[in-house]
Design a protein around this ligand. Sequence first.
Ligand code: KIV
Length: 272
Amino acid sequence: MSTAKKEYKRVTVKSLVDMKQQGEKISMLTAYDYSMAKIVDGANVDVILVGDSASNVMAGHETTLPITLDQMIYHASSVIRAVTRALVVVDIPFGFYQSDPKEALRSAIRIMKESGAHAVKVEGGSEIKESVKRILNAGIPVMGHLGLTPQAIYKFGTYTVRAKDKDEAEKLIEDAKLLERLGCFGIVLEKIPAELTKKVSEELSIPTISIGGGGYADGQVLVIHDLLGMTHEFNPRFLRRYMNLYEDMSEAISKYVADVKSRDFPSEEEQY
Ligand code: KIV
């Protein structure tokens, strides 16, 4: 049997299911603009999520609730222009799919048409079943998101681990199975116990992607600003920082300020 990994020149929703079947873990990261997306795609990340976390890290809001559909489309179209390999998934923001399946479909169509994205993501299970069905019936791939769903933060009250009790865990498993039955191509599991992620991942044939859900998921996702250490005040246990850009950038920028003040910049060689 060959152990060589299959090369994916262009990642599709089908590639992700193949990866799960082959036991290859899926890498997913957020990006919200052209320059960052070019780096993320060039580093062979399988899925780029234009997350509504843009509301926090790009716009400085406390929650993901304020970001609008127009703003998500702006971020997504910037990302799409940079990407040649990754599958690009875009969050439908809060208030644009929950109240009415027709509105959900209109929102998904706007994202696909105006940004060129490849799929959309929505938060929740049985409560949004009709919206998910509508979007899928139009041929738009849908990714689910269960566990800690930040668009419902005011219902939860805190960002602590979800589904620790039996009832919530059972509902999550039922919701995951429902999303699979409806035709979703994958599900993000946010901040739930690792054993629950294991159970869900074993019971589904579509991939699970964890953020704070542990290593049994079929893939992992992080917010790029957290991975790079730009958000230095956010330190959840699940986060592994690969850089400390907040400090490195502050140091570089302070040096630039000092060089301008001292007239060291620009030098003879740096002018015409
Ligand atoms: O918006 C986002 O970045 C997300 C991830 C946390 C999965 O939904």
